[in-house]
Design a binder for this molecule. Sequence first.
Ligand code: NAD
Ligand code: ZN
Length: 231
Amino acid sequence: MRKIVILTGAGISAESGLGTFRDEGGLWARHRIEDVATPEGFARDPALVQGFYNARRMQAAKAAPNAAHHALARLEAEFAGAVVIVTQNVDGLHEAAGSRAVIHMHGTLAGALCADCGHRWDAPPEMSPAHACPACAMPAARPDVVWFGEMPYFMEEIWTHLEEADLFVSIGTSGNVYPAAAFAQHAMRAGADTLELNLEPSVNARDFAQARHGKASEIVPQWVQEILARA
Ligand code: NAD
Ligand code: ZN
């Protein structure tokens, strides 16, 4: 086995205290997705959306990687072949654990993006709609995250990684959000073995040859241990 491609979702960060979509009482539960995670929502009420992402950025800054993030960093450091993480998460917990080959397909809370000219810069802890773009001076700063209805980042690179994968592993993702939900099928058609590691069977569970269910902090380190022992 030469290449492992890993997709991660909100479930891998749940035990670090960052809520998934469905966590009751969490940040997402207090808002409708249409209001805070779409370009239309941002156009209607930029202050609400900035406030939502400021809260997420603050929460993520206080969070620490858990055993699952650490295990993936260990896998990348010790596995003889290539390990690539494609994450839907906008937190920086993979990097905080030491992973280096991380692709943020849905962007990152650490970034700011000018909705007018496309310029990117480091997000301040608190963004506001009045914040001017350092390149074009328009008050059009937005979080550099991908909203529903927008095209995820780095897709060509990601499809290529999936085609080169000997093993594709999906961790902590519900399988509701496309195109990420199609990665398992894509990798399998190109010849990869496929494994799902999730708390429960995902919506697209039947696209995986194998599955293990449980908490990411337990099943991910176990799986990494087995892969490294085998190699
Ligand atoms: P999701 O909320 O739809 O699904 C999370 C999945 O993780 C569920 O299947 C759940 O059963 C599983 N899960 C929950 N706790 C777990 C645990 N301890 N161990 C293992 N699995 C666990 O999340 P998703 O599939 O990533 O949805 C995609 C969208 O959610 C993305 O657009 C992403 O940007 C956004 N999101 C990101 C974050 C983050 O950056 N931390 C947080 C919430 C939502
Ligand atoms: Zn600009």
